[in-house]
Design a protein around this ligand. Structure first.
Ligand code: ZN
Length: 262
C-alpha cells in the first residue's frame, strides 16, 4: 500500500508575530501538525504556507495531494478566491479536506459548507472534555471513551454548519458550553472533516491524543477510488439514446449532438 500524501496548509502569521505562539511552535504550527501525521507509518506530510506563491497550492501540488489539512485564523481574507476555487474543485474530485480549529471561518471551508459557519467563543484557557458519540467510527479508532485538553479556547453551539454526515466527538467546556467538535461531510467525491481544538496559544498540537485523531482523520478522508488527477472527471454528460423506448414530447432547446450545458 502506498503512503497517503497529506499536505498541511499553515497561515503562519501568529508564529511570526506573537512570542507565546512562537515559543510553543518555533518551527510553525504547520510543521508540528505534519510531525504528528508522520509519527506512524503510512502517511507522508508536506507543508505549505499562505506567504508562498499561490499560497503553496499550485495545480501540481494539489494533484499530488490526497488529503489537505488547513489551519488559519488571522488572515482568512488574504487567501485569494482563485486559490479557494482550485481547492474546492479538488475536493469535489476526491481530495480529502480537514479544517482545523479557527479554519471554521477559512474561505475553502465556508465555500464547501455554504453556510455562515459562525459559533460562540471564549479565550480563557479552560478545560475541554471530548466525548465519543460514534465509537466505531474510523476517526475514533484507538481513542478512549473521553479525553481532555487542560487549556483550550471555548467554542460553543450553535455552530452554523449544515447537518453533518456523522458526528464523531462532542466537547464539553469547563464554563458549561458544548460543541460538536468532530464532524464529517461529503462534498462531491471529497471527504471533509472539521476538528475543533488547536488554539495557537496552547500546546494542543503537542498532545499525542490529538495526533491520533489527525492520523485517523487523514486515513478516513483519503479517497482511494477518486481520480483526483483528472480535473475534468465530473462533467455533465448528454445521453441521446434511452435504454427503453421513449416518446419525445415538448419543445427541445438543444439540437442533436450540440454542445449544451456544461
Ligand atoms: Zn483560536
Amino acid at each position: 500500500m502506498t503512503d497517503i500524501r497529506a499536505l498541511v496548509w499553515g497561515e503562519n502569521v501568529h508564529e511570526q508575530t506573537n512570542k507565546v505562539v512562537a515559543d510553543i511552535y518555533p518551527e510553525g504550527m504547520h510543521t508540528q501538525i505534519a510531525k504528528l501525521l508522520t509519527a506512524e507509518r503510512g502517511i507522508t506530510a508536506k507543508t505549505v504556507t499562505l506567504q508562498q506563491p499561490d499560497h503553496g497550492l499550485t495545480e501540481k501540488v494539489l494533484a499530488e495531494t490526497d488529503v489537505l489539512l488547513w489551519w488559519g485564523h488571522a488572515a482568512h481574507g488574504d487567501v485569494e478566491d482563485e486559490i479557494v476555487e482550485r481547492v474546492v474543485e479538488r475536493v469535489w474530485q476526491g481530495m480529502g479536506f480537514i479544517a482545523l480549529h479557527s479554519a471554521h471561518f477559512a474561505k475553502p471551508f465556508k465555500r464547501l459548507m455554504g453556510t455562515p459557519c459562525s459559533l460562540k467563543w471564549r479565550e480563557a484557557g479552560e478545560r475541554e472534555r471530548f466525548w465519543q458519540v460514534n465509537p466505531r467510527h474510523p476517526i475514533a479508532a484507538g481513542l478512549p471513551d473521553h479525553f481532555e485538553l487542560e487549556n483550550e479556547e471555548m467554542y460553543g453551539e450553535a455552530f452554523a454548519v449544515p447537518e453533518p454526515l456523522e458526528t464523531v466527538f462532542i466537547s464539553w467546556f469547563q464554563g458549561g458550553e458544548v460543541f460538536r467538535s468532530g464532524m464529517t461531510w461529503r462534498r462531491g467525491a471529497g471527504n471533509v472533516f472539521y476538528f475543533r481544538p488547536g488554539h495557537e496559544t496552547y500546546p494542543t498540537y503537542h498532545q499525542p491524543v490529538i495526533g491520533q485523531v489527525l492520523r485517523n482523520a487523514v486515513r478516513w478522508a483519503n479517497n482511494e477510488q477518486a481520480d483526483i488527477a483528472d480535473p475534468k472527471n465530473a462533467p455533465n454528460v448528454p445521453v441521446e439514446e434511452a435504454l427503453e423506448p421513449i416518446e419525445e414530447r415538448g419543445p427541445k432547446l438543444h439540437g442533436h449532438g450540440e454542445e449544451g450545458f456544461k
